[in-house]
Ligand binder design. Structure first.
Ligand SMILES: [Zn+2]
Length: 277
């Protein structure tokens, strides 16, 4: 928080979590770079939530990459994936995604209304599109710096709080200062040192850092739900054809195989947790 200026900021740095997100996928450096930027942005968005809220960030394209999907919960458990005809391709955001749009879904938690904002991909970077989202959908002046470097996905966000009257000059100056930050610095320098150095002369109030975790949803419970959603007919026809039911978790790229009896048990809603492998 920049004291008295009505401007707040957030810094995100994912190391282990980021490496887990991409571990079992063959993304090219450029696709992983885009996904890392999206993942960092998803965490920045989710940091505002409480309780059982969650953020879904979807970037849809028409190029080699059709979808970047990031889901992050209020507790900062995150998962993310890239999908498309060629996630091993290289190029800029525009070259990889082509024309596209960004969809931000904010679910504040049970009993509260979901909010969805959709903006076209604008400019040359995800940051620019996200700035457009905040401006058009949330009426918040926002600047973002996102990047992936050396096994880390990082992001810095500055946001003007509409309820506090701050000066245009300070907002502008902080943006210019933040423009000088290098992705490597965001990934390596201790956050407090980095922020104090980057915004020297400004009175910054720092809040405690929060841990971020990788959390795939391919739990027994979730997989059994997927089987129930497929329904009796579909499951039985797959079992007849293939002898087993295979499910693949797109986030962590792991496969789960169910013998006929296990699949039928999941359909009936009884869960014997020891049967999954
Ligand atoms: Zn998974």
């Amino acid at each position: 928080m920049f004291e008295g200026l009505g401007i707040r900021g957030r810094l995100v740095r994912m190391d282990q979590t980021w490496r887990e997100i991409i571990a079992r996928h063959d993304y090219s450096t450029d696709v992983a770079g885009l996904l890392g930027e999206a993942a960092a942005a998803g965490v920045l968005l989710a940091d505002n939530l409480k309780g059982r809220g969650s953020v879904h960030l979807q970037i849809q394209g028409e190029g080699d990459v059709r979808l970047l999907l990031v889901q992050c919960e209020a507790q900062l458990n995150v998962r993310a994936l890239a999908r498309g005809g060629n996630v091993a391709g290289s190029g800029s955001m525009r070259e990889l995604l082509g024309e596209g749009r960004m969809m931000v879904t904010i679910d504040p938690g049970p009993g509260q209304e979901r909010y969805q904002g959709i903006v076209p991909l604008a400019g040359a970077t995800l940051s620019e599109s996200l700035e457009g989202y905040f401006r058009d959908s949330e009426q918040l002046l926002t600047r973002l710096w996102l990047g992936v470097v050396g096994g880390s996905a990082v992001g810095l966000m500055l946001q003007r709080m509409p309820e506090v009257a701050g000066s245009e000059d300070d907002w502008h100056t902080l943006g210019v200062l933040a423009d000088t930050v290098r992705t490597g610095e965001l990934a390596e320098l201790p956050a407090a040192d980095l922020l104090r150095r980057l915004f020297a002369g400004y009175d910054i109030r720092l809040f405690d850092a929060r841990p971020i975790g990788y959390d795939c949803r391919c739990t027994d419970e979730h997989l059994h739900n997927v089987i129930r959603l497929l329904g009796d007919r579909e499951v039985n026809s797959v079992l007849e054809e293939q002898g087993r039911l295979e499910l693949n978790c797109e986030f962590c790229n792991k496969s789960f195989s169910f013998a006929p009896e296990q699949a039928r048990q999941a359909l009936r809603g009884s869960s014997d947790e020891s049967q999954l492998h």
